[in-house]
Design a protein around this ligand. Structure first.
Ligand SMILES: NC(=O)c1ccc[n+]([C@@H]2O[C@H](COP(=O)([O-])OP(=O)(O)OC[C@H]3O[C@@H](n4cnc5c(N)ncnc54)[C@H](OP(=O)(O)O)[C@@H]3O)[C@@H](O)[C@H]2O)c1
Length: 248
């Protein structure tokens, strides 16, 4: 079975590790190419966009893909939409493997935002020290509120950081511990944390740290997912694969 896995996430890497030994599968893991040094997976991989819906359809046909797993990040809405349209048009089975969102707990001081622009608004007019963990792509939006001091944590040096007049960059890749998040927030005197509701354990410690320290969190909610079967574990995703292509 020729299996395309759309990746760039811990879920995609976990699925790749899990199926690496299966001889009945012929998988390829696809990265967008945003991270400069992705950890090489134990299965064949490709890097770079497909060229929109038309490019993806051409790739699926050329590579004779039998099934696709969309294991992209919950905020990678364009890739998920392209996959849904291309697979529907070509009659290729498609399922999503994603992590559950974070849920508000007792003691959390959360403000929900529908998108990054709403998150910028939610910071308000009073200058604050803001811990931004929303990734490199949404950074430019915060230039609309230049009176805040931004602690910006990303994996690679972000291009748009110059748009923020008062900022301190931190380059780091999760997982992070609650202890290290508390230490960082104390040291930088963080007053507000901004995060996407990505879910998952690798970067969830910052929310626990914010709860313990009584720090306000502006949380950007997820875009609507595509209407395809959706799984939250490797085992359930593999069961779906097997249902379409029973192992010999
Ligand atoms: N958005 C986030 O917060 C976030 C966080 C962590 C990891 N990621 C990962 O980073 C990648 C890019 O995220 P994004 O938010 O920029 O996505 P996006 O807005 O949904 O996608 C933009 C374009 O990037 C290309 N692309 C995205 N994912 C791809 C993949 N797995 N393989 C090949 N091409 C891909 C596609 O280009 P073409 O149209 O040319 O095919 C797509 O149209 C995704 O793979 C995602 O899983 C995203």
């Amino acid at each position: 079975m020729r299996l395309l896995i759309l990746g760039g996430t811990t879920e995609a890497s976990a699925l790749a590790r899990h199926i690496a030994g299966r001889r009945d599968l012929d998988p390829v893991l696809s990265f967008a190419g945003r991270t400069r040094n992705p950890v090489p997976p134990p299965i064949p991989f490709r890097i770079g966009g497909f060229g929109g819906i038309a490019g993806l359809k051409a790739y699926l046909a050329e590579q004779r893909v039998d099934a696709t797993i969309d294991a992209t990040h919950p905020f990678a809405a364009q890739m998920s939409r392209h996959a849904a349209i291309a697979c529907r048009d070509l009659g290729i089975p498609l399922a999503a493997f994603t992590r559950p969102p974070w849920h508000r707990q007792d003691g959390d001081l959360w403000t929900s935002a529908g998108n990054i622009a709403a998150a910028v608004q939610a910071l308000g007019a009073t200058p604050r020290t803001v811990f931004l963990t929303t990734g490199a792509l949404g950074l430019a939006a915060f230039a609309a509120a230049p009176w805040h001091r931004y602690i910006v944590r990303t994996i690679d040096p972000p291009d748009a950081i110059g748009a923020l007049p008062r900022h301190r960059p931190i380059l780091a890749r999760g997982p992070f511990s609650v202890e290290s998040e508390i230490a960082l927030m104390r040291e930088e005197q963080v007053e507000v944390l901004v995060t996407k509701n990505s879910g998952g354990s690798a970067t969830g410690a910052k929310l626990t740290a914010a709860r313990i320290l009584g720090i306000r969190v502006v949380i950007v909610e997820r875009p609507e997912p595509e209407a395809v079967p959706m799984f939250e574990t490797v085992a359930d995703t593999e069961a779906w694969i097997d249902a379409h292509w029973p192992p010999p």
